[in-house]
Design a protein. Structure first.
Length: 343
Protein backbone atom coordinates (compact mmCIF):
# COMPACT_ATOMS: atom_id res chain seq x y z
CA UNK A 1 0.00 0.00 0.00
CA UNK A 2 1.26 3.48 -0.72
CA UNK A 3 1.89 5.54 2.39
CA UNK A 4 -0.89 7.99 1.63
CA UNK A 5 -3.38 6.15 -0.50
CA UNK A 6 -4.61 9.23 -2.33
CA UNK A 7 -3.03 10.69 -5.46
CA UNK A 8 -5.87 12.87 -6.76
CA UNK A 9 -6.57 16.52 -5.84
CA UNK A 10 -8.95 16.83 -2.90
CA UNK A 11 -10.87 19.64 -1.25
CA UNK A 12 -9.97 20.70 2.27
CA UNK A 13 -13.48 19.92 3.51
CA UNK A 14 -13.30 16.35 2.20
CA UNK A 15 -9.97 16.00 4.01
CA UNK A 16 -11.69 16.91 7.30
CA UNK A 17 -11.06 20.65 7.38
CA UNK A 18 -13.71 22.58 9.33
CA UNK A 19 -14.37 25.93 11.00
CA UNK A 20 -12.55 24.59 14.05
CA UNK A 21 -9.28 24.74 12.11
CA UNK A 22 -10.18 27.74 9.94
CA UNK A 23 -10.68 29.88 13.04
CA UNK A 24 -7.10 29.20 14.12
CA UNK A 25 -5.53 30.85 11.07
CA UNK A 26 -3.72 34.17 11.55
CA UNK A 27 -3.68 37.00 9.02
CA UNK A 28 0.08 36.73 8.49
CA UNK A 29 -0.29 33.05 7.52
CA UNK A 30 -2.24 33.74 4.33
CA UNK A 31 0.63 32.40 2.23
CA UNK A 32 0.75 29.05 4.01
CA UNK A 33 -1.28 26.00 2.95
CA UNK A 34 -3.06 23.50 5.23
CA UNK A 35 -1.69 19.96 5.07
CA UNK A 36 -2.93 16.85 6.87
CA UNK A 37 -0.31 14.47 8.26
CA UNK A 38 -0.55 11.08 6.52
CA UNK A 39 2.43 9.21 7.98
CA UNK A 40 4.90 9.78 10.79
CA UNK A 41 8.32 8.18 10.51
CA UNK A 42 11.34 8.49 12.76
CA UNK A 43 12.96 11.19 10.62
CA UNK A 44 10.27 12.41 8.22
CA UNK A 45 6.62 13.28 7.76
CA UNK A 46 4.34 12.92 4.77
CA UNK A 47 1.10 14.82 4.35
CA UNK A 48 -1.84 15.33 2.01
CA UNK A 49 -2.67 18.76 0.65
CA UNK A 50 -5.28 19.89 -1.84
CA UNK A 51 -2.88 18.91 -4.63
CA UNK A 52 -2.10 15.44 -3.30
CA UNK A 53 0.55 13.72 -1.12
CA UNK A 54 3.76 15.58 -0.30
CA UNK A 55 6.81 15.21 1.90
CA UNK A 56 7.27 17.90 4.54
CA UNK A 57 10.46 19.48 5.85
CA UNK A 58 10.61 19.91 9.60
CA UNK A 59 11.90 23.19 11.07
CA UNK A 60 15.03 23.13 13.19
CA UNK A 61 14.60 21.60 16.66
CA UNK A 62 11.30 19.95 15.73
CA UNK A 63 10.74 16.21 16.21
CA UNK A 64 8.46 13.89 14.30
CA UNK A 65 7.27 12.49 17.64
CA UNK A 66 5.44 15.75 18.26
CA UNK A 67 3.05 15.00 15.40
CA UNK A 68 0.30 12.45 14.97
CA UNK A 69 -1.31 10.97 11.88
CA UNK A 70 -4.38 13.12 11.22
CA UNK A 71 -2.82 16.35 12.49
CA UNK A 72 -3.42 19.56 10.54
CA UNK A 73 -0.31 21.66 9.92
CA UNK A 74 0.51 24.81 7.98
CA UNK A 75 3.38 24.59 5.49
CA UNK A 76 4.92 26.68 2.72
CA UNK A 77 3.38 25.36 -0.53
CA UNK A 78 6.65 25.92 -2.41
CA UNK A 79 9.37 24.74 -0.01
CA UNK A 80 7.13 22.31 1.96
CA UNK A 81 8.65 23.71 5.16
CA UNK A 82 6.31 23.03 8.06
CA UNK A 83 5.56 26.14 10.11
CA UNK A 84 3.22 24.98 12.87
CA UNK A 85 0.65 22.42 13.95
CA UNK A 86 -2.92 23.55 14.50
CA UNK A 87 -4.74 22.70 17.72
CA UNK A 88 -6.33 19.26 17.67
CA UNK A 89 -10.04 18.69 17.84
CA UNK A 90 -9.43 15.24 19.34
CA UNK A 91 -6.31 13.22 20.02
CA UNK A 92 -5.86 9.54 20.79
CA UNK A 93 -2.97 8.70 23.10
CA UNK A 94 -2.17 5.37 24.61
CA UNK A 95 0.21 4.07 27.22
CA UNK A 96 1.84 0.68 26.98
CA UNK A 97 3.19 -1.30 29.89
CA UNK A 98 6.67 -0.20 30.89
CA UNK A 99 6.49 3.06 28.93
CA UNK A 100 6.45 6.44 30.67
CA UNK A 101 5.74 8.36 27.49
CA UNK A 102 2.30 8.10 25.83
CA UNK A 103 2.19 7.21 22.15
CA UNK A 104 0.21 9.39 19.77
CA UNK A 105 -2.18 7.05 17.95
CA UNK A 106 -4.10 9.59 15.87
CA UNK A 107 -5.49 13.10 15.81
CA UNK A 108 -8.77 14.69 14.74
CA UNK A 109 -10.52 11.31 14.72
CA UNK A 110 -14.32 11.40 14.60
CA UNK A 111 -15.03 7.69 15.17
CA UNK A 112 -12.90 4.98 16.78
CA UNK A 113 -13.59 1.48 15.45
CA UNK A 114 -12.60 -1.00 18.17
CA UNK A 115 -12.06 -4.29 16.34
CA UNK A 116 -12.26 -7.65 18.09
CA UNK A 117 -13.23 -11.14 17.01
CA UNK A 118 -15.75 -13.71 18.17
CA UNK A 119 -13.15 -16.01 19.72
CA UNK A 120 -10.55 -15.97 22.48
CA UNK A 121 -9.54 -12.42 21.51
CA UNK A 122 -12.83 -11.09 22.90
CA UNK A 123 -11.94 -9.60 26.27
CA UNK A 124 -14.45 -7.27 28.01
CA UNK A 125 -11.80 -5.73 30.27
CA UNK A 126 -9.58 -4.82 27.30
CA UNK A 127 -12.54 -3.49 25.32
CA UNK A 128 -13.44 -1.27 28.27
CA UNK A 129 -9.94 0.20 28.15
CA UNK A 130 -10.42 1.11 24.50
CA UNK A 131 -13.82 2.59 25.29
CA UNK A 132 -12.37 4.73 28.08
CA UNK A 133 -9.69 5.91 25.65
CA UNK A 134 -12.31 6.86 23.05
CA UNK A 135 -14.58 8.58 25.56
CA UNK A 136 -11.75 10.64 27.00
CA UNK A 137 -10.58 11.66 23.54
CA UNK A 138 -14.02 12.84 22.53
CA UNK A 139 -14.35 10.36 19.67
CA UNK A 140 -17.39 8.17 18.99
CA UNK A 141 -16.61 4.50 19.81
CA UNK A 142 -18.01 1.66 17.71
CA UNK A 143 -17.19 -2.00 18.36
CA UNK A 144 -16.69 -4.18 15.29
CA UNK A 145 -17.02 -7.95 15.74
CA UNK A 146 -15.18 -10.10 13.19
CA UNK A 147 -14.90 -13.86 12.60
CA UNK A 148 -18.57 -14.35 13.50
CA UNK A 149 -18.79 -17.01 10.78
CA UNK A 150 -16.46 -19.23 12.82
CA UNK A 151 -18.39 -18.80 16.09
CA UNK A 152 -21.39 -20.88 17.11
CA UNK A 153 -22.66 -18.19 19.50
CA UNK A 154 -22.05 -14.89 17.68
CA UNK A 155 -25.21 -13.29 19.18
CA UNK A 156 -23.77 -13.83 22.65
CA UNK A 157 -20.68 -11.80 21.71
CA UNK A 158 -22.96 -9.08 20.35
CA UNK A 159 -24.92 -8.93 23.59
CA UNK A 160 -21.77 -8.84 25.72
CA UNK A 161 -20.27 -6.03 23.66
CA UNK A 162 -23.47 -3.99 23.65
CA UNK A 163 -23.67 -4.17 27.45
CA UNK A 164 -20.26 -2.58 27.95
CA UNK A 165 -21.53 1.00 27.54
CA UNK A 166 -24.89 2.69 27.13
CA UNK A 167 -25.80 3.57 23.56
CA UNK A 168 -22.76 1.74 22.20
CA UNK A 169 -22.97 0.78 18.53
CA UNK A 170 -21.82 -2.78 17.79
CA UNK A 171 -21.52 -4.15 14.24
CA UNK A 172 -20.87 -7.73 13.15
CA UNK A 173 -19.06 -7.85 9.83
CA UNK A 174 -16.67 -9.76 7.60
CA UNK A 175 -13.71 -7.43 6.84
CA UNK A 176 -13.18 -9.12 3.45
CA UNK A 177 -16.76 -8.67 2.31
CA UNK A 178 -17.88 -5.78 0.16
CA UNK A 179 -20.81 -5.47 2.55
CA UNK A 180 -18.40 -4.27 5.24
CA UNK A 181 -18.10 -0.83 3.64
CA UNK A 182 -21.88 -0.51 3.45
CA UNK A 183 -22.24 -1.53 7.11
CA UNK A 184 -19.81 1.21 8.15
CA UNK A 185 -21.15 3.89 5.79
CA UNK A 186 -22.89 5.82 8.61
CA UNK A 187 -19.45 6.69 9.99
CA UNK A 188 -17.43 6.76 6.76
CA UNK A 189 -18.17 9.67 4.44
CA UNK A 190 -16.66 12.93 3.18
CA UNK A 191 -14.93 14.95 5.86
CA UNK A 192 -15.05 12.16 8.43
CA UNK A 193 -12.05 10.36 9.88
CA UNK A 194 -12.15 6.95 11.52
CA UNK A 195 -9.37 5.04 13.25
CA UNK A 196 -9.02 1.31 13.87
CA UNK A 197 -7.60 -0.20 17.05
CA UNK A 198 -7.47 -3.76 18.30
CA UNK A 199 -5.26 -6.79 18.69
CA UNK A 200 -3.23 -8.30 15.88
CA UNK A 201 -5.02 -10.79 13.68
CA UNK A 202 -8.58 -9.52 14.17
CA UNK A 203 -8.87 -8.10 10.65
CA UNK A 204 -7.90 -4.42 10.97
CA UNK A 205 -5.58 -4.36 7.95
CA UNK A 206 -8.05 -6.38 5.91
CA UNK A 207 -10.78 -3.89 6.78
CA UNK A 208 -8.56 -0.94 5.81
CA UNK A 209 -7.97 -2.60 2.44
CA UNK A 210 -11.71 -3.14 2.00
CA UNK A 211 -12.65 0.42 2.96
CA UNK A 212 -9.96 1.91 0.75
CA UNK A 213 -10.98 -0.30 -2.19
CA UNK A 214 -7.38 -1.33 -2.75
CA UNK A 215 -6.32 -3.90 -5.30
CA UNK A 216 -4.16 -6.84 -4.12
CA UNK A 217 -1.02 -5.20 -5.47
CA UNK A 218 -1.53 -2.07 -3.36
CA UNK A 219 -3.12 -3.64 -0.29
CA UNK A 220 -1.20 -3.77 2.95
CA UNK A 221 -0.09 -7.11 4.30
CA UNK A 222 -2.47 -9.08 6.47
CA UNK A 223 -1.81 -11.98 8.79
CA UNK A 224 -3.66 -14.85 10.38
CA UNK A 225 -4.02 -15.94 13.97
CA UNK A 226 -3.12 -18.96 16.07
CA UNK A 227 -6.35 -20.84 16.55
CA UNK A 228 -5.62 -22.07 20.10
CA UNK A 229 -5.36 -18.58 21.63
CA UNK A 230 -6.54 -16.25 18.81
CA UNK A 231 -3.28 -14.30 18.91
CA UNK A 232 -1.98 -12.88 15.68
CA UNK A 233 1.29 -11.45 14.46
CA UNK A 234 1.77 -7.76 13.81
CA UNK A 235 1.31 -6.89 10.13
CA UNK A 236 0.85 -3.12 10.51
CA UNK A 237 3.93 -1.60 12.10
CA UNK A 238 3.16 2.11 11.73
CA UNK A 239 0.21 4.47 11.60
CA UNK A 240 -1.02 5.81 8.29
CA UNK A 241 -3.91 7.75 6.77
CA UNK A 242 -5.80 6.24 3.85
CA UNK A 243 -8.65 7.50 1.68
CA UNK A 244 -11.89 5.53 1.98
CA UNK A 245 -13.36 4.62 -1.39
CA UNK A 246 -16.82 5.92 -0.44
CA UNK A 247 -15.48 9.10 1.17
CA UNK A 248 -13.64 9.93 4.38
CA UNK A 249 -10.35 8.74 5.82
CA UNK A 250 -9.15 5.82 7.92
CA UNK A 251 -6.15 5.56 10.23
CA UNK A 252 -4.77 2.08 10.82
CA UNK A 253 -2.69 1.36 13.92
CA UNK A 254 -0.41 -1.52 14.95
CA UNK A 255 -1.99 -4.37 16.88
CA UNK A 256 -1.86 -4.00 20.63
CA UNK A 257 -2.67 -6.27 23.55
CA UNK A 258 -1.44 -4.04 26.37
CA UNK A 259 -3.08 -0.67 27.00
CA UNK A 260 -2.49 1.43 30.10
CA UNK A 261 -5.10 4.00 31.11
CA UNK A 262 -4.06 7.36 32.57
CA UNK A 263 -5.86 10.63 33.30
CA UNK A 264 -9.11 9.24 31.93
CA UNK A 265 -11.61 10.11 34.65
CA UNK A 266 -14.27 11.39 32.25
CA UNK A 267 -13.83 8.41 29.94
CA UNK A 268 -14.25 5.99 32.84
CA UNK A 269 -17.28 7.84 34.22
CA UNK A 270 -18.95 7.61 30.81
CA UNK A 271 -18.03 3.95 30.42
CA UNK A 272 -19.42 2.99 33.83
CA UNK A 273 -22.42 5.31 33.79
CA UNK A 274 -24.45 3.00 36.04
CA UNK A 275 -21.83 3.38 38.80
CA UNK A 276 -21.37 7.10 38.17
CA UNK A 277 -25.10 7.70 38.63
CA UNK A 278 -25.31 5.66 41.83
CA UNK A 279 -22.32 7.31 43.53
CA UNK A 280 -24.13 10.54 44.57
CA UNK A 281 -26.59 8.41 46.57
CA UNK A 282 -23.85 6.96 48.78
CA UNK A 283 -23.76 8.16 52.40
CA UNK A 284 -20.19 9.43 52.06
CA UNK A 285 -19.05 11.74 49.27
CA UNK A 286 -15.64 10.03 49.10
CA UNK A 287 -17.11 6.52 49.10
CA UNK A 288 -14.84 3.93 47.50
CA UNK A 289 -17.77 1.54 46.99
CA UNK A 290 -15.77 -1.14 48.75
CA UNK A 291 -16.77 -1.38 52.43
CA UNK A 292 -18.44 1.86 53.55
CA UNK A 293 -21.91 1.69 55.16
CA UNK A 294 -24.72 3.25 53.18
CA UNK A 295 -22.99 2.61 49.83
CA UNK A 296 -25.58 2.77 47.05
CA UNK A 297 -23.26 0.94 44.66
CA UNK A 298 -22.78 -2.03 46.97
CA UNK A 299 -26.52 -2.09 47.60
CA UNK A 300 -27.08 -2.35 43.84
CA UNK A 301 -24.65 -5.27 43.69
CA UNK A 302 -26.42 -7.02 46.58
CA UNK A 303 -29.78 -6.49 44.85
CA UNK A 304 -28.49 -8.03 41.64
CA UNK A 305 -28.91 -4.76 39.74
CA UNK A 306 -25.20 -4.16 39.21
CA UNK A 307 -22.76 -6.79 37.93
CA UNK A 308 -20.02 -7.23 40.58
CA UNK A 309 -17.47 -7.88 37.84
CA UNK A 310 -18.23 -4.45 36.38
CA UNK A 311 -17.55 -2.90 39.79
CA UNK A 312 -14.25 -4.78 40.04
CA UNK A 313 -13.17 -3.58 36.61
CA UNK A 314 -14.30 -0.02 37.40
CA UNK A 315 -12.15 -0.01 40.53
CA UNK A 316 -9.11 -1.36 38.70
CA UNK A 317 -9.35 1.15 35.85
CA UNK A 318 -10.00 4.07 38.20
CA UNK A 319 -7.01 3.22 40.35
CA UNK A 320 -4.78 2.67 37.34
CA UNK A 321 -5.85 5.96 35.77
CA UNK A 322 -5.12 7.85 38.97
CA UNK A 323 -1.78 6.12 39.60
CA UNK A 324 -0.54 6.51 36.03
CA UNK A 325 -1.46 10.19 36.00
CA UNK A 326 0.29 10.87 39.31
CA UNK A 327 3.41 9.03 38.13
CA UNK A 328 3.95 10.92 34.92
CA UNK A 329 7.33 12.60 34.61
CA UNK A 330 5.97 15.71 32.89
CA UNK A 331 2.62 17.09 31.72
CA UNK A 332 3.18 16.22 28.08
CA UNK A 333 -0.55 16.15 27.37
CA UNK A 334 -3.33 13.62 27.49
CA UNK A 335 -6.55 12.63 25.85
CA UNK A 336 -8.57 14.21 28.62
CA UNK A 337 -7.07 17.60 27.88
CA UNK A 338 -8.05 17.26 24.26
CA UNK A 339 -11.70 16.90 25.19
CA UNK A 340 -11.92 20.28 26.87
CA UNK A 341 -8.90 22.18 25.59
CA UNK A 342 -7.28 22.91 22.26
CA UNK A 343 -3.92 21.28 21.90
Amino acid sequence: MTEASNTRPVSLSSLGWSDFFEDQLEAHEAGLAPHRIATVHRARLTAISQTGPVGLTLPVHSQTGDFAVGDWVLADPQTRLLHRRLNRKTVLERRTEGSKTPQLAGANVDTLFIVTSCNADFNPARLERYLALANEAGTNPVILLTKADTATDAPAYLNQASALQRGLAVVILNPRSGDAAAALAPWCHDGQTVALVGSSGVGKSTLVNTLAGLTPGRAQETGGIREHDAKGRHTTTSRSLHAIAGGGWVIDTPGMRSLRVSDAAFGIETLFAEITELAPHCRFRDCTHAHEPGCAVQEAVAAGVLDPERLTRWRKLSQESSNQTAGRDAPRGNVGASRNKNR
